[in-house]
Design a protein around this ligand. Structure first.
Ligand code: GAP
Length: 515
């Protein structure tokens, strides 16, 4: 897989390709079912990857649920009554207009095919626009353009929907002539845009052709909306209040790519915050500011963060107003979290379709209304990519040597500390093993006695481990150990008995939260 890089982003050169191999080599992220050639844009999280994902998720939960007395969490099913997706509008509107190159039959989102005015050479076989690499044809044929690769034109039978009419037809025609296929280089040979629904379908029931079609949820939000009444009744929540959820979502993306940036299976961390309609704008601003503060508190460089307001053509069908938090990835500025004013759209639609009242009764004002919703919707896997891309660093040591360091905030580090004996004699391994086992339980600790101390430090630098504790000759006399800081390389001495408190304090100090 090759991924494009933006040379002005301040990241190390060719970072995305480096990250792909680094993440595999160090056990962060593997291609799903790799021994069978993988499956279209699905990834598995290895031992370090799941730790990093857990840290992000736990910090998010702490920030969104534990810090508020009016926000609670739920965990809804991935499979829901299919009527949910009709009511939410996803069956009708959750689709991407795609165009197909008549020459090589690859399909792209319209906005991903740049308009070319010059006579550039085609980038045959390279990444698709927006940096999305066309997946190699996976056994099982899960890649979205697999039908096109086989030469078949899009048809309703293979998942295509109805032709989408574009308003500015003339302008679109001339744009179409100027569009050049990023794969085969053919210019101006495009089909009209067609809509493809992005939801995965499956069957519920034993006999496939008699079973009901159900969908794998494309967002976690709907599980919250349909539980609005349950949560409100069971916990007697008063507006404003929120419901948070973290979980898997699935989208049959047409142009997945850029490693884990856009995948077909991913995780979201979503909050739906229910408010009175007249206070929605104020709450929107509050959540917008608060979410940016939280992202910064993870240690992400502020100069690589910005808001992007959705224009009228960008906002989703359920939204009145939307801002993205974007990160400057090596392949450009892109969203990894959205803050949306969903109005009373979702609760209103579910009320209409289910026939169940989803109103709120404000006793003090003796008033009944369908609440507005301010949503904060973050991609967990995409936030993980932000953390990795921002933390990966190569330090030039001179003489052609370099130190790879993952400068993750200690609060995010998969391994929080490593414990080494300086040498494997004089009782040092025994003291170090005992220290490691005492620290385990509250912290994720690695014990390593293999190889030179320099090599052991390098291994931990790559894993992003912020602290390395070394038992040395002095430990035998005064019961202190060295603590080496990954970023400053400064080594200080702490008492053996105080090492746990030292680490916990340093980690807590690196996760101040949003307040
Ligand atoms: N409930 C609102 C919602 O789902 P969205 O903008 O479609 O809004 C929210 O998605 C976040 O989910 C995005 O900012 C992104 O981080 C993540 N996300 C969406 N599609 C994704 C995909 N195919 N792969 C990885 N993350 C994705």
């Amino acid at each position: 897989m090759t991924v494009e890089s933006d040379t002005h982003s301040g990241h190390p050169p060719d970072l995305m390709n480096k990250l792909v191999s680094f993440a595999k080599r160090r056990g962060f992220i593997f291609k799903s079912s790799e021994i069978y050639g993988g499956v279209g844009s699905v990834y598995d999280y290895g031992p370090l990857g799941i730790e990093l994902k857990n840290r992000i998720q736990q910090l998010w939960w702490r920030e969104m649920v534990y810090r508020h007395d009016n926000i609670v969490g739920i965990d809804a099913g991935i499979l829901m009554n299919p009527e949910v997706w009709v009511a939410s509008g996803h069956v009708g509107a959750f689709s991407d207009p795609l165009i197909e190159c008549r020459s090589c039959h690859r399909r792209f989102r319209v906005e991903d095919v740049p308009v070319k005015t010059g006579g550039e050479a085609p980038r045959s076989g390279s990444a698709a626009p927006g940096g999305a690499a066309p997946d190699s044809a996976a056994p099982g044929g899960v890649a979205p353009d697999s039908a096109a690769r086989g030469g078949a034109a899009p048809s309703d039978a293979d998942g295509a929907g109805t032709l989408a009419k574009i308003p500015e037809e003339e302008e679109e025609e001339s744009l179409s002539l100027a569009r050049q296929c990023p794969v085969c280089g053919t210019r101006g040979q495009w089909t009209d845009p067609r809509n493809f629904n992005l939801m995965f379908k499956t069957f519920m029931g034993v006999v496939e052709n008699e079973a009901a079609t159900v969908y794998l949820r494309p967002e976690t939000a709907q599980g919250i909306f349909v539980n609005f009444r349950n949560v409100q009744d069971s916990l007697r929540q008063k507006i404003p209040f929120g419901i948070a959820q973290v979980g898997k979502a699935f989208r049959n993306e047409i142009t997945p790519g850029n490693f884990i940036f856009r995948t077909r299976e991913f995780e979201q961390m979503e909050l739906q915050f229910f408010v009175a309609p007249e206070s929605a704008d104020e709450w929107f601003e509050r959540w917008k500011a608060r979410r940016m503060r939280w992202v910064e508190s993870l240690g992400i460089r502020p100069e690589r963060l910005r808001f992007h307001e959705h224009g009228p053509n960008e906002v989703a069908h359920y939204c009145k107003c939307a801002y993205d938090i974007q990160y400057r990835f090596p392949f450009g500025w892109h969203e990894f979290e959205g803050i949306h004013n969903r109005t009373d759209y979702d609760l209103g639609r579910h009320q209409e379709h289910s026939g169940k009242k989803l109103e709120y009764f404000d006793q003090a004002a003796n008033r009944r209304y369908v609440p507005y919703v301010i949503e904060t919707s973050a991609g967990l896997s995409r936030t993980l990519l932000v953390a990795l891309a921002d933390a990966y660093d190569e330090e030039d040591l001179g003489g052609g040597k370099k130190r790879v360091v993952l400068r993750l905030s200690p609060a995010l580090a998969p391994v929080q500390a490593a414990v080494f004996p300086l040498v494997k004699k004089d009782g040092m391994p025994e003291i170090a093993e005992k220290l490691a086992s005492e620290l385990r339980g509250s912290l994720n600790i690695v014990y390593d006695a293999a190889g030179s101390i320099g090599r052991r430090y390098r291994r931990q630098d790559e894993a992003g481990t912020p602290f390395c504790l070394t038992v040395d000759g002095q430990t035998l006399g005064d019961e202190t150990v060295t603590v080496r800081d990954r970023d400053t390389l400064v080594q200080s001495r702490v008492p053996l008995r105080g090492a746990g408190a030292y680490l916990r304090e340093a980690i807590a100090a690196s996760a101040p939260g949003a307040d």
